[in-house]
Design a protein around this ligand. Structure first.
Ligand code: CA
Ligand code: CA
Ligand code: CA
Length: 291
């Protein structure tokens, strides 16, 4: 009985830990290429779930990366030797300006099918508008003819920040093998791909975490005014000195209007806040006078 209780507590702890990691969870479906649709072998990519194919003649599944949990990887070997011959798979996600992403994979250059000529394996992230039109992209060459063979290598593009462009509505992470316009051959293997959204840094003064410094944050300070923490809400003490007072008010007022305002009508000032706004102004003046 004691054993069972302990195991339950452990399971809950693990679930809690996974939950806290959700902000940077892998967005990709079937990132290890191990989930297959029902269908006969041999498994071409059409039997792999959740990835969108483009020009994928020669894209097949193969053995998994050693140490990977599954039993398949993705092999891309474009069978067009010249010109723009390439094979590519991708997934598509909603996105917005200024978001930051990490994109990683394990890749392998097979000794039996070495890359030749200008052919390279690439990881590519494109951002597009609502009509699917390409706005821009980043490309990382992960393997070429000079890469070591028969060893799995971890590759990553970190902190890809989308530009401040309101037309951005989606991102397309892709795995790509291309002749780069020349004549090439060979294959590349991919496994255990990860694509994550990097949480934005906390906004100073945004006490309720809605991405904007405004009336909601002011209300948190004023609603706990002149109290110690605890019993006051720790959110009301951004200065961290254990007391809700002028320093905390100044953190909010000093960053007033920072961030992205919530939709109109969602923040209605409470009478107490309106009445005390003049107090806030005095607080800033008092700090300046004292400094
Ligand atoms: Ca796999
Ligand atoms: Ca806020
Ligand atoms: Ca304080």
């Amino acid at each position: 009985m004691l054993f069972r209780t302990t195991m339950t507590a452990f399971a809950l702890a693990v679930v809690g830990w996974l939950g806290s990691a959700d902000a940077s969870a892998n967005l990709l479906l079937n990132p290890g290429f191990d989930n297959e649709d029902a269908g006969p072998a041999p498994a071409v990519l059409g039997n792999v779930q959740d990835w969108i194919e483009f020009n994928t003649t020669g894209v097949t599944k193969s053995q998994a990366r050693p140490g990977s949990l599954g039993d398949q990887s993705l092999r891309i070997a474009p069978n067009a030797p010249t010109g723009n011959g390439h094979g590519i798979v991708r997934q598509e996600f909603p996105a917005a300006a200024n978001e930051v992403y990490n994109f990683s994979a394990w890749v392998m250059h097979p000794g039996a099918e070495q890359l030749t000529g200008p052919r390279t394996a690439q990881m590519r992230l494109q951002w597009r508008n609502a009509s699917d039109t390409l706005i821009n992209q980043v490309i990382l060459d992960v393997l070429d003819q000079n890469s070591p063979t028969n060893q799995w290598i971890f590759v990553e593009i970190e902190n890809i920040q989308l530009p401040d462009n309101p037309n951005i509505t989606q991102v397309w992470p892709s795995l790509f093998v291309t002749n780069n316009g020349g004549t090439g051959g060979g294959a590349a293997y991919f496994d255990d791909v990860s694509f994550t959204l990097v949480p934005p840094p906390p906004l100073t003064g945004d006490l309720d975490g809605d991405g904007f410094v405004g009336i909601n944050d002011l209300n948190i300070v004023l609603g706990n005014w002149n109290q110690n923490v605890p019993p006051a809400d720790p959110l009301a003490d951004p200065s961290g000195d254990g007391f809700v007072g002028i320093n905390d008010l100044n953190v909010v007022l000093g960053n007033w209007n920072a961030g992205t305002p919530p939709p109109a009508g969602s923040a209605v000032p409470e009478p107490a806040s309106i009445a005390l706004l003049s107090l806030g102004g005095l607080a800033v003046l008092g700090r300046r006078h004292g400094s």
